[in-house]
Design a protein around this ligand. Structure first.
Ligand code: MN
Length: 489
């Protein structure tokens, strides 16, 4: 891997990129890591180069790629974060600082694991791009695991499968998620991996390839006849996802039939539907397996038309039809969103919308609930995370106070709140909470109602409503005492 390769990759999607800046970052990182050797025996600079290349593959913006080149400088060299800031400015320094914070995350059993997740959330709250850099960094570390002892290797893989991959999925960075998963699958379940790889790669791949080619040739000629500009790609499912499918549905490999799909990429949404019509006119569709994710996108924002047809020899074949933008979004997730947004100067924040939809869709799944809660925050710049002493996370609007927190925990905790301890110190109830604060609320058991004056400083709707409700009920109670027969409707 060379800096020229990284630059060429960037220029594919961003011809106006500031190449001088990239080169300067490369020289800075190279001299900082001078003399350092990776466990694989390579000079250290290879690692930040790979990280930057992966970021360019997912069409990350320039500050993210520069930070990718510099990401291990403050942690592993004598050059400081301050120097990074002097040379590359605050935005890039902040990204590098985010990575440095994250590098302390280790998998050390259940407790630590949760702690890690929490740090991950906090980093995301500040800048989602930090997570993208971390994924790229992790991917290269996974690719060079051969140089690491087996115990540490296991730990890194487990941590990746349990923390990184699910987050990559949530953010829609599928291409990185799949790559990370397959590497971890190989190390954590070597027998299952080899078994599946053998069946997939050796027994069926050639046969499937032939079949895919046959479909491609037929469709290509029909689409050319109707003058629709198009690209057709055959795509195999990655091994880990097939394995998951076999496990979850208790099937043998031969029974997992959707191991490949053909992707048709066309210029416009109208073309997508035209192509669908053409495919259905060539082969008989299996209507049970038709999905219009353009009209109704998946909760994570995924858009495409999916149809499965009875192809030649009566074998089923899946087609996924989409525009280039939909394709990039499906591959690179939040990273591609940012790219298209800056390109088109869109005002609407699509990532925001689809993350909100994920939240809606997954409201009830308790195991990821904590994580989901926080994903909301990372894009909502005006939100903060606050922790209970037990480690539960609550998200609140910026400017929230211990009273808002108390009501977020439970109405009764709010109603009976008497003191707030923030990071082990006593604070007044109107104290403004900050991201990452740990808050403990002391209750006054005999208190009957919240203090009406709290309305002057609380921020959340819930706190306001509860306090008002109480005051209203309280006043109504008084009126009832004074006017017998008064009815509250
Ligand atoms: Mn690194």
């Amino acid at each position: 891997m060379t800096i020229e390769q990284v630059i060429r990759k960037i220029q594919e999607y961003n011809p106006e990129a500031d190449i001088a800046l990239i080169e300067r970052a490369y020289e800075f990182a190279k001299s900082a890591h001078e003399g350092q050797i990776r466990k694989t025996g390579d000079p250290y600079i290879i690692h930040p180069l790979h990280t930057a290349f992966t970021l360019a593959q997912i069409k990350a913006d320039i500050p993210t790629i520069v930070a990718g080149l510099l990401h291990d400088v403050p942690e592993d060299t004598s050059r400081t974060l301050e120097e990074v800031k002097e040379n590359f400015g605050e935005e890039i320094a902040n990204l590098v600082a985010g990575i440095t914070k994250l590098s302390n995350i280790k998998y050390r059993g259940e407790e630590r694991y949760k702690e890690s997740l929490r740090k991950m959330f906090l980093a995301m709250a500040e800048d989602l791009r930090v997570i993208l850099i971390k994924f790229a960094d992790r991917l290269h570390n996974l690719r060079t695991l051969e140089g690491v002892d087996s115990k540490k290797r296991q730990r890194i893989c487990r941590e990746t499968l349990e923390i990184y991959a699910p987050i990559a999925g949530l953010l829609g960075v599928w291409s990185l998620k799949w790559q990370m998963e397959d590497i971890c699958f190989k190390y954590l379940y070597p027998e299952e991996y080899q078994d599946l790889e053998y069946k997939y790669e050796i027994e069926r791949r050639a046969e499937l390839n032939q079949y895919i080619n046959k479909l491609k040739i037929i469709l290509d000629s029909e689409l050319s006849k109707s003058g629709i500009e198009h690209k057709i790609e055959g795509r195999f499912k990655h091994l880990y996802s097939i394995w998951q499918k076999m496990k979850n549905k208790d099937r043998k490999f031969d029974e997992v039939y959707d191991v490949f799909a053909l992707r048709v990429i066309v210029p416009t949404v109208a073309d997508c539907y035209n192509v669908l019509g053409i495919i259905h006119s060539i082969w008989r569709p299996n209507y049970n397996r038709f999905k219009d994710y353009i009209a109704v996108p998946k909760p994570n924002g995924y858009r495409s038309l999916h149809t499965t047809v009875f192809g030649p020899e009566g074998k089923s074949a899946e087609f996924q039809i989409r525009t280039q933008e939909m394709h990039d979004e499906a591959q690179y997730g939040i990273s591609a969103h940012a790219h298209y947004k800056s390109q088109m100067n869109e005002k609407t924040d699509r990532p925001l919308r689809w993350i909100q939809e994920i939240l809606e869709a997954q409201k009830d799944s308790s195991d990821t609930a904590e994580f989901i809660q926080t994903v909301k925050l990372d894009v909502f710049k005006d939100r903060i995370f606050v922790f209970t002493p037990k480690g539960d996370v609550y998200d609140l609007p910026r400017g929230s106070t211990p009273i808002d927190f108390a009501y977020a925990v439970h109405t009764e905790v709010g109603n009976k709140c008497s003191q707030a301890i923030v990071n082990s110190k006593n604070y007044p109830l109107d104290h403004e909470l900050k991201n990452g604060d740990m808050v403990e609320i002391l209750l006054e058991k005999n208190r009957k109602s919240p203090n009406h004056d709290w309305l002057k400083f609380v921020k959340t709707r819930k706190a306001k409503d509860r306090i008002r409700q109480y005051s209203r009920r309280f006043r109504l109670g008084q009126i009832k005492n004074i006017i017998p027969g008064f009815k509250d409707n």
